[in-house]
Write a protein that binds this ligand. Structure first.
Ligand SMILES: Cc1cc2nc3c(=O)[nH]c(=O)nc-3n(C[C@H](O)[C@H](O)[C@H](O)COP(=O)(O)O)c2cc1C
Length: 193
């Protein structure tokens, strides 16, 4: 897949084949992409927990919220569709810089694109509770977790649909349970001078 196709495929997935585990080698490659991410002043303050143990994966999953735009918890993966792997990103509360969020975003891009290249889907999950994550993942007091990333082999497609900025940008499901993700036309959100 060329880069454009890969970026297009790298959507948020919320239905995975729970029987298909991610190999340790692929997990290693995904984690390795951390070191290729730029970060402010090359400080590398972020820390990561690779949640591979099945019972821990399920515990993290139980404490995540999915698809706020869909009604009736429709977007929450059911048994058989749950993610098989998580990466938790930890920020250092003492050393947190103004650009912490940018550092997180850049590293998340690397992790999810590396996974996508292997056919592994992901979903960034910000709806988590740091206190709960600390209980499950047992990290030091000076760290906090604002985001985890769920991974697995997707069971559905996610398709981008171009829209005008006057239209509703909320994602929705088609009749086959595939995600339709409206994105604004570039010509409407970019001013070229
Ligand atoms: C910082 C951040 C936090 C997010 N948190 C959640 C979340 O808690 N639950 C969820 O289902 N999706 C979450 N998402 C996924 C977004 O809903 C998704 O990126 C958006 O709908 C666009 O879809 P796309 O990723 O396929 O482009 C999050 C995305 C980002 C970037």
């Amino acid at each position: 897949m060329n880069l454009e196709k890969l970026l297009e495929w790298r959507r948020s997935y919320r239905k995975f084949d729970e029987t298909k585990l991610i190999s340790k080698e692929d997990i290693g490659d995904i984690l390795n992409s951390i070191k290729f991410a730029s970060c402010v002043n090359n400080r590398q303050y972020l820390r990561f927990i690779s949640v591979e143990d099945k019972s821990k994966v399920l515990e993290v999953f139980e404490n995540t919220k999915w698809a706020a735009s869909l009604p009736n918890n429709l977007g929450r993966p059911k048994v058989g569709e749950r993610p098989v792997y998580f990466i938790a990103i930890l920020s250092d509360n003492d050393k947190k810089l103004k650009f912490n969020g940018i550092d997180e975003g850049l590293v998340i891009s690397n992790l999810t694109i590396t996974a996508a290249e292997k056919g592994i889907g992901s979903c960034i999950i910000g709806s988590i509770n740091d206190k709960k994550m600390r209980e499950i993942l047992n990290y030091e007091d000076n760290y906090s977790c604002e985001v985890v990333i769920a991974f697995g082999y997707p069971k559905v497609n996610s398709i981008i649909k171009e829209i005008d900025t006057t239209e509703d940008q909320s994602y929705y499901l088609d009749n086959n349970g595939n995600y339709i993700v409206p994105k604004y036309k570039i010509s409407e959100i970019v001013r070229r001078i």
